[in-house]
Ligand binder design. Structure first.
Ligand SMILES: [Zn+2]
Length: 696
């Protein structure tokens, strides 16, 4: 599951930000089970025009105790019309069925429930989901951007809105869907298509899908509509992308790396993709993806034209949802309090793949983005343990603690354990719990079994406790010894290994120190006075750091450090740009640094001539956009023609939007602004900038 919103701000979370008021939230325990569902057979007849469904679900189960005579199921939105000859009651959210006799422990039984619903329009806000979220089942009329279609979103507790079930992740069952729809529709679902039958007289088609490996109900899904199927034929595993007909030409651009991603994870995880096929299905009004079992539904907005690819690539999203086919779908958190076992792992392996795809520097930037997203939440909203059994709705667990923080924690765990022990632990954990349910302790135990390492201390501080290290560091050098001092400023102390990169005229040396105390200092041998000291050379630690440096050291860092070090130096030097050495170094970095994000971050309000060059010539749209933003801050009317030229010439939607924004500040050019306001672009960024300018 991904909510796509990236904020690249590194704010210093104040030392004592708001904590979640645990007592204000109910304590949640994993749900106890009275029975074990083995299989769901879901028959649905769907009627778009009436936004109606007619359902018949047969549930096969085994009681988990003797004397089992009452079956209670989750059921919302639809009205049960009959349960064979059995007596039943439907109360808000529940269906209670009185069986014809008591059943013994483990005695298999089936019940068939008939139900229907008309004018379906589920209000997600009544179930803890945001407005506009298509919880359960949605009947979507045609709009300029998508055809008429029907789709489910069973995440987190949506399944109960389209079939009666035990709707909690700690029970897994096989499933089949038999859906009857208009003949012009395709139906895509979990598992393997068994067959399609057509009733020409009625103008209907019935699709029969079978998922014969157990999975949790929040992963059950189907979509029905006039989909175009784009298949990847480059390997044995059937891979298809199901998109709206007009999007077919662009589908490959977003989904084309799917096979490569799955093959990468097969190797990386040491566990082969466990499902018989992999479909990705576009749905409207959804900003992200939901990893239903081998049938991921993905927001159609990710599909984009060639121009947009430089600013809006889909690979991270595709990798994230594909990673879930292992993390969450194969091995599933047994309760929402352990959501990180799904989301942190998918977020972490998204990062591992992006690093593999784009290289070390882009990988470091990707991980930095995760850190910044968590730190922003920690500063602006709250800090909480990643595993917390206090929440109102399951969706409360889906925040930047369970995505980004947990993802970064896994990166630290890998470094701590070492490459091979970490990979062995991951493979062992997957094999041991395949098609099963887990909690955090299961992961700790798997690490211990595979590596011998008992890491309770690590999980206690990073997963079961709120917060992160807030450090102050500095150093002195004297006669061959560099004395590094570190202070922990946050309330609870952390224990952490830190790599210290020390560069002198004679080269770089990396030291490993363990920080444990409130105040600590480390004497590190260093023959010459350091030119640069890089705290956390590996860029792994999730922390806030204050490390005062001289302008000289920052200038050296801007020119010589790793990519994150150079970005940090650019940010630290910008307030000192009145110093001609600093402004010269920043211009040099903005023009010549090999990595785009350093050039972008070195852009500062300087002479228009320099910025015009960067805005029109840099190969990175992000750098051109940053230069246009800096030019816009000059409020120089003589630049209006340049902004218009950039709007017309730049092939980046982001740069175009920034040119429009700059023009808006200068006023005038109404014709161009109206033209831009009508322009199609991803996330509507160009039109939004024009509307803002016109409103101004
Ligand atoms: Zn996810």
């Amino acid at each position: 599951m991904t909510a796509v919103r990236l904020i690249l701000l590194l704010g210093l979370a104040s030392l004592l930000p708001a904590q979640i008021d645990r007592n204000a939230r109910p304590r949640r325990a994993e749900r106890s089970r009275e029975y074990d569902v083995l299989h769901y057979r879901i028959k649905l007849k769907l009627n778009d025009a009436a936004r109606a469904l007619e359902g018949e679900t047969r549930i096969t189960l085994r009681p988990l105790r003797d004397g089992f005579d009452t079956l209670v199921l989750d059921a919302e939105t639809f009205r049960v019309t009959s349960v064979e000859q059995l007596r039943f009651e439907q109360t808000p959210g529940k269906l209670t069925i009185h069986l014809n006799r008591p059943y013994r422990f483990d005695e298999e039984l089936s019940v068939t429930i008939s139900y229907r619903a008309e004018n379906v329009a589920i209000d997600p806000t009544r179930h803890g989901m945001p407005k506009g979220y298509g919880l359960g089942i949605s009947f979507k009329p045609e709009t300029p951007s998508h055809p008429q279609l029907i789709h489910t979103l069973s995440f987190p507790e949506g399944a109960r809105h389209w079939f009666p079930c035990y709707d909690h992740p700690n029970d897994k069952a096989t499933s089949e869907l038999i859906a009857t729809v208009e003949a012009r529709y395709q139906v895509i679902s979990n598992g393997v298509l068994q067959g399609v039958t057509e009733d020409r007289a009625k103008g209907e088609k019935t699709f029969h899908w079978l998922q014969n490996q157990p999975h949790s109900t929040y992963l059950f899904a189907f979509a029905a509509g006039p989909y175009a199927q784009v298949t990847d034929k480059k390997g044995p595993l059937p891979i298809s992308y199901w998109v709206f007909p007009n999007a077919a030409p662009d589908a490959e651009r977003s989904f084309g790396k799917t096979r490569e991603i799955i093959e990468f994870f097969n190797r990386e995880l040491g566990y082969a993709y466990p499902w018989p096929k992999y479909d990705q299905i576009a749905i409207p009004d959804f900003g992200g993806g939901a990893e239903s079992t081998n049938a991921t539904v993905i927001g159609s907005k990710t599909i984009h034209d060639a121009r947009a690819d430089q600013d809006f690539p889909s690979h991270a999203l595709v990798a994230h949802e594909a990673a879930h086919q292992w993390w969450g779908n194969l091995v599933t958190m047994r309760d929402w309090s352990h959501t990180w076992l799904n989301e942190s792992f998918a977020t972490y392996y998204e990062y591992v793949y992006m690093k593999h795809l784009l290289g070390r520097d882009e990988g470091a930037l990707h991980l930095l983005g995760k850190k910044r997203a968590y730190l922003t939440e920690a500063r602006e909203k709250y800090m909480r343990p990643v595993v917390l059994d206090r929440w109102n709705w399951p969706n409360d667990n889906f925040d930047r603690h369970t995505y980004q923080k947990g993802g970064v924690v896994l990166a630290m765990l890998r470094s701590l354990l070492g490459e091979e022990p970490f990979r062995r632990s991951i493979t062992h954990y997957l094999k041991k719990h395949a098609f099963g349910s887990v909690d955090t302790h299961d992961f700790q135990i798997a690490i211990r079994e595979a590596s011998g390492q008992v890491l309770d201390w690590f999980f206690d501080q990073w997963i079961f406790r709120a917060g992160h290290p807030v450090l102050e560091a500095g150093y002195t050098w004297e006669s061959g010894v560099m004395k590094l001092s570190v202070r922990q400023k946050q309330p609870d102390l952390f224990t952490m290994p830190v790599s210290i990169g020390v560069t002198t005229g004679g080269g770089k040396r990396v030291h490993k120190v363990w920080v444990r105390q409130r105040d600590e200092s480390f004497d590190l041998p260093c023959p010459e006075k350091p030119l640069l000291v890089h705290f956390d050379e590996e860029e792994l630690l999730l922390m806030e750091l204050t490390f005062r440096k001289s302008t000289e050291e920052l200038l050296y860092q801007l020119a010589h450090d790793n990519v994150i070090g150079r970005m940090d130096a650019a940010a630290a030097l910008k307030p000192l740009a009145n110093d001609p050495r600093v402004s010269a170094a920043l211009r040099q970095a903005a023009a010549d640094d090999p990595f785009w994000a350093v050039r972008r971050d070195a852009i500062f309000p300087t002479d228009a001539g320099f910025l015009r060059l960067r805005a029109s010539q840099d190969r990175s749209s992000a750098v051109r956009t940053a230069a246009l933003a800096a030019l816009g801050q000059l409020h120089d009317a003589s630049l209006a023609a340049f902004f218009e030229e950039r709007f017309r010439a730049d092939d980046s939607y982001r740069a175009q939007a920034e040119a429009v924004r700059a023009l808006g500040r200068l006023g005038g050019r109404m014709q161009l602004l109206r033209e831009a306001a009508a322009m199609k672009s991803p996330d509507d960024i160009v039109a939004a900038a024009a509307r803002e300018a016109l409103a101004r």
